[in-house]
Design a protein around this ligand. Sequence first.
Ligand SMILES: Nc1ncnc2c1ncn2[C@@H]1O[C@H](COP(=O)(O)OP(=O)(O)OP(=O)(O)O)[C@@H](O)[C@H]1O
Ligand SMILES: [Mg+2]
Length: 391
Amino acid sequence: MQLERDRTIEVVSEASDGRQTVEQVRALRPNVVLLESAITGLDSIAVIEQIDTISPETAVIMFLEGADMDLMRRSMRAGAFDCLSRPFSQEELVSTIKTAYQSTARAREALVAVPVPVAKARGEIIAVYSPQGGAGKSMLSANLAVAMAKAAGEGGHPPRVALVDLNLQFGDIDLMLNLSPQNTIAGLAQKGHGGIDAELLEQYLTLHTESGLRILVAPSTPQYAESITVYTVEQVMETLRENYDVIVVDTPSQLQDTTLAVLDAAKTILLLASLDLLALHKTRTALEMLRQLYAPEKIQVVLNRANSDVGISLDDVQSVLNVPLRAQIPSDGRIVVTSINEGKPFVLHNSQTVIAKQINKLAMELLGRETEALEAGAARGNGSFLKKLFK
Ligand SMILES: Nc1ncnc2c1ncn2[C@@H]1O[C@H](COP(=O)(O)OP(=O)(O)OP(=O)(O)O)[C@@H](O)[C@H]1O
Ligand SMILES: [Mg+2]
């Protein structure tokens, strides 16, 4: 149909699939969207719901193949303005578009009159990865995320922080933070089959009350892992980015496609290394692979159990990996193990220990809070403990 011929209608964009439609609505905020019921990429109902959330003043007109009453009802319930069954005439289409435009004009005026004062979320993803099992990924992710969530408010609100446990088979963040989750990512994958939006996702996050951190917990048993697809993970990441400043992701050591999806989406990958020859070898292999995929500044190496006296020095690590270390976290079995056993993150409960201060410092740096990072670092004499151990 030649909509361009009607001088009162301006075609601002065309999209080839559901996902693109949602993206373009977000960017362009059109008055009217014409939607084919048989689109690809996302289910059409999910597209209507997402448009309704991100741009409620946009009217959706859905094209149906014949009189599909069930689909029509579902579309209207999801927030469509009207449905047109094929075949229909050019006049019918133009008149439906005009009615839709006029009916939603009031909503648009209200929107112009009352600007929404909510600051845009920063939406930065920080993935914690290591090819080595037991490297300390979960310990670091949990404490880093808690430290960030507890950071003081800036510009009116404290940072909004989410933590995702991507260990789909054997996730343990819920134990580390002593949570009793009602919902997990498995339930979300099932419920959000047709598309995940912010409202649905919020229902599946578990609150860590002490810090305000929100966590998407891993499935309760390994057999659910398979039900979580790359697409689900991508949608979770995309949706979290809209409402959270920082999203920390704890990953498994195997490079599954879901892990890669998160590494792709991440702004920063914290690659954990340790003073263990085999682990170091794996870290180097992983680093080489990541370097081929991503910009060098995206990959930052963090040394865990940095003060263990094991015959490998800090210089050895730097020369094997050929990168500077972003941070060093000391070994402290008593603090870490007690913290995990009690489900109390040590950055909150033992905040004066060196390990807590190191993680706090890294958290503040990653948040861009340089002054607070300096304060956190100053208390321990700026790394002198390592210099003493490795001199
Ligand atoms: N800096 C540290 N000092 C002392 N113990 C530590 C330190 N870091 C980690 N640990 C201990 O090592 C064990 C493994 O840590 P964690 O579970 O965080 O590793 P992971 O990389 O997430 O493991 P997985 O690959 O199984 O997910 C835990 O029992 C933890 O107590
Ligand atoms: Mg882990």
